[in-house]
Design a binder for this molecule. Sequence first.
Ligand code: FAD
Length: 286
Amino acid sequence: MKIIDLLKQDKVTFSCEIFPPKKDNAFGEVFNVVDQISAFGVDFISVTYGAGGSTSKKTVEVAAYIQNRKKVATLAHLTCIGATKKQIEQRIQDLKEQGIENIMALRGDRPLDSTTQGEYRHAVDLIREIHSNGEFCIGGACYPEGHMECDHKKKDILYLKEKVEAGCDFLTTQMFFDNNLFYNFLYKTLSAGISVPIIPGIMPIINARQVKRSCELSGATMPARFIAIADRFSDDPLAMEQAGIAYATDQIVDLIANGVKWIHLYTMNRPQTAAKILHNLSHILR
Ligand code: FAD
């Protein structure tokens, strides 16, 4: 099933993101996560791609399990930084062989210690490659607060438009913790003529370590309301988990109340967190 068709449904679409195992002998754990998340009746599950292609085959294997064994639509991530055209063509072929129809086309983060350029400079180059390689539904990444490397937000939106014009069917956002940033971003994309669905990505922050790490990695701003929660509860794991789930639930309720039709949850392979959020939304999503 193509994700763009799921996004056109007359209901709120709820999807989850998971990551593949780092070690070959850890597939069982990840399949167990998939089994639990599939049982929640989510619309699709995305599978990340390890930095620099480190989990490339594992991403395909987990995506194939989701789609072919669990019969749930899947979105396989693919990054192009440092990759050759031949490697990318091979990965696209692997996905085709598994009948996977949806690819999240990303540049990937630049490795700090490498000068390798590869054959692709930006995600738009990968989107063009995938587009010319078959009938895939293509997703792309976007950044309500601007991408960390981009010195000017206006340019970031222009490059985003280029990705959509190259064949991107929908966009998923980087995590954000203040919905007003997302609403402002929607205004900007609309006035730039970007009309594809933009799915807000929600990250439940449920422990102290995540508070610092998530902001460092994503560049997302922590609003004062969230900082107060982290200050008060981060030393108490159970309280922090409860507060983080309540905060993410609140963000989602506000998004849906304001007419947003798609929600993507960064689950960090914690099905119990997703279950608790879905429980909080049981009547809202029905
Ligand atoms: P691009 O769209 O190429 O943008 C990167 C930078 O280049 C931006 O500053 C942009 O403004 C600029 N730019 C874009 N096009 C041009 C152009 N034509 N000319 C000049 N400048 C340009 N990383 C992983 O390794 N694996 C994953 O699975 C993964 N999943 C992700 C999922 C989501 C929803 C998001 C938001 C991010 C994900 N990432 C993942 C992280 C992502 O790879 C990084 O944020 C990366 O730094 C940028 O990727 P991109 O696809 O947005 O790149």
